[in-house]
Ligand binder design. Structure first.
Ligand SMILES: C[S@@+](CC[C@H](N)C(=O)[O-])C[C@H]1O[C@@H](n2cnc3c(N)ncnc32)[C@H](O)[C@@H]1O
Length: 405
C-alpha cells in the first residue's frame, strides 16, 4: 500500500493514515510517500514497515550505522541533523499543546551528533557484547556504536577480546563510562561469580557489581580494582565523581544546559531536587546565597558532600520525603527527575509553597507534560528550550522555566 507521511509521533516514527486508522512508520520524514507493509495490527493503530521510498524527503541521507533500523536505539540517522532538530521541535510542540503552550520552543543543538555518549551499557550474550533490539527484542552484536565516545569504543574491543578468553554464566552486562581521567569498565553480574583477572584489562579501572541495575542503591558492589572515583571537568571546574552514580551523557550539551539553568535561577535560596552528584548545585552556589541539594542515591550524595561549599546543604533522601520541610523561604526550585518524572507529593508541596520560580529539566516529555498539567494551575510557563542531549535518537531533553501567577 502507498501512503503519505503527514506527522511525526512522540517516538520519532512517522504518522500516516489509511481509512482513518493511524499507521506508525519508522525511519521516514513528514511529506514522504512510501510503499508500506503492515507488520503488526492493533485495534487503534498499525505498525508498518517501509518497503520503498516513492517520494523522498530532501533531507534524506544514507545512515552511517550498519545496525540502523535493526537495533532500535537511533531514530533519525536517515535525515540531516538540521532536519532532526526541526522534527524534535514539532514533537515537543505537539506534546506541549496538551498543557496549552503554543509559544516558540528554542532548540540548542549538540556540537557533536555522533561519538558523544560518555556511557554505554552492552548486554552480554554467548561471549559477545551487544544491544537488545528495542524493536525485535533480539540480541544484536555491536562492534561500533556510533553514539559512543571513541575512547569507549577502544575499551569495548579490549573487553571483547577478554570475554573471548573467559566464560561467565551470570554476567549480565558491561557498562563503559568515559571520564576526563579515562574509561571505566563495570561488569554487572546477576549472581556473584569468580571474576578472572587478566592483564588485558590492566589499562582500565574495573569494578564488579551484583544486581539488576547500576546507579541504584540496591546494587551490591563486590569487587573494585582501583577506584570508582574519576575526574570530570565541567564549565572549567574539575570534580571527583563516582562511576556508580548518574552523570549526564553528553558533556557539551550538559554545559549549555547547566549555564542556562544558572542564568534562569531567580532568587537567593534554591532547592536543587534530584541533584545527583551535586555538580549543578556547586555551580549554582556561585550565584545563589544557599543551595539545598536532595538526592536519594548514597554514592551520588557522598560526592555532593565531598564537593560542597559553605553555602550548600545536601540531603540524602527522597525528594517527596523532605520537600515540605525544606521548602520554606525558598525562592527557586530546580527539578531534574529521572524518566518517571516527579512524585505527585513533590508537585503538591511546591504548589502549596511560596516558591516563585521553577526550572524543570526533563528527559521524558510524557511525564513532563503530566507534571506540567498540575504545575500550570499555579505557575505560568515563561519559556521552553530543548537541549539536544541525545542526537540521532528520539529522546529529548527539555528545560521549562515557570513563574508563580
Ligand atoms: C536525571 S538524574 C539528574 C541528576 C543531576 N541533576 C545531574 O544533572 O547530574 C536524576 C537523579 O535523581 C535521583 N533520584 C531518583 N529518584 C529520586 C527521588 N525520589 N528522590 C531523590 N532523588 C531521586 C537519581 O538517583 C538521579 O541521581
Amino acid at each position: 500500500m502507498k501512503l503519505k507521511v503527514t506527522d511525526i509521533s512522540y517516538s520519532g516514527s512517522g504518522v500516516a493514515k489509511e481509512n482513518g486508522k493511524v499507521i506508525f512508520l519508522p525511519c521516514v520524514d513528514i511529506g514522504e510517500e512510501v510503499e508500506v507493509k503492515i507488520e503488526k495490527s492493533m485495534s487503534k493503530f498499525d505498525n508498518g514497515k517501509v518497503i520503498k521510498v516513492v517520494k523522498a524527503s530532501p533531507f534524506r541521507i544514507s545512515p552511517p550505522c550498519p545496525y540502523y533500523g535493526e537495533c532500535g536505539g537511533c531514530s533519525f540517522q536517515h535525515l540531516t541533523y538540521e532536519r532532526e532538530l526541526e522534527l524534535k521541535k514539532i514533537i515537543l510542540k505537539n506534546e506541549l499543546k496538551k498543557v496549552g503552550f503554543v509559544g516558540d520552543i528554542a532548540v540548542e543543538p549538540s556540537e557533536c551528533n555522533y561519538n558523544y555518549r560518555n556511557k554505554i551499557k552492552l548486554t552480554y550474550c554467548n561471549k559477545e557484547l551487544g544491544y537488545i533490539s528495542s524493536t525485535s527484542h533480539k540480541f544484536i552484536k555491536i562492534e561500533n556504536c556510533l553514539l559512543a565516545d571513541k575512547e569507549i569504543l577502544k575499551a569495548v574491543r579490549v573487553v571483547e577480546d577478554y570475554l573471548k578468553k573467559h566464560s561467565y554464566s551470570n554476567l549480565k552486562s558491561v557498562t563503559f563510562k568515559s571520564f576526563d581521567s579515562g574509561v571505566m569498565v563495570i561488569f554487572l553480574f546477576t549472581k556473584r561469580e569468580k571474576f578472572l583477572y587478566d592483564k588485558l584489562l590492566d589499562r582500565y579501572p574495573i569494578f564488579i557489581a551484583v544486581g539488576d541495575i547500576l546507579e541504584s542503591n540496591k546494587t551490591k558492589i563486590y569487587k573494585e580494582y582501583n577506584k570508582t572515583i574519576a575526574k570530570y571537568e565541567i564549565l572549567g571546574e574539575s570534580f571527583d565523581v563516582d562511576a556508580k552514580a548518574f552523570l549526564q551523557v553528553n558533556k557539551c550539551v550538559t554545559e549549555k544546559l547547566y549555564k542556562y539553568v544558572i542564568e534562569n535561577v531567580d532568587g537567593k535560596i534554591v532547592i536543587n531536587a534530584y541533584s545527583g552528584q551535586g555538580l549543578l548545585s556547586r555551580l549554582l552556589a556561585k550565584k545563589a546565597q544557599k543551595v539545598i541539594g536532595i538526592e536519594v542515591q548514597s554514592s551520588a550524595h557522598r560526592i555532593a558532600e565531598m564537593i560542597k561549599t559553605d553555602n550548600m546543604q545536601n540531603f540524602n533522601a527522597k525528594v517527596e520525603a523532605i520537600i515540605s520541610s525544606v521548602s520554606k523561604a525558598v525562592d527557586s526550585v530546580v527539578l531534574d527527575p529521572a524518566r518517571e518524572g516527579c512524585n505527585a507529593k513533590v508537585l503538591e508541596e511546591i504548589t502549596k509553597s511560596n516558591i516563585k520560580n521553577i526550572i524543570y529539566i526533563s528527559c521524558n516529555f510524557s511525564t513532563l507534560t503530566r507534571d506540567l498539567k498540575l504545575l500550570t494551575k499555579f505557575y505560568k510557563i515563561l519559556k521552553i528550550k530543548c537541549f539536544d542531549m541525545f542526537p540521532r535518537t528520539a529522546n529529548i531533553e527539555t528545560c521549562v522555566i515557570l513563574e508563580k501567577f
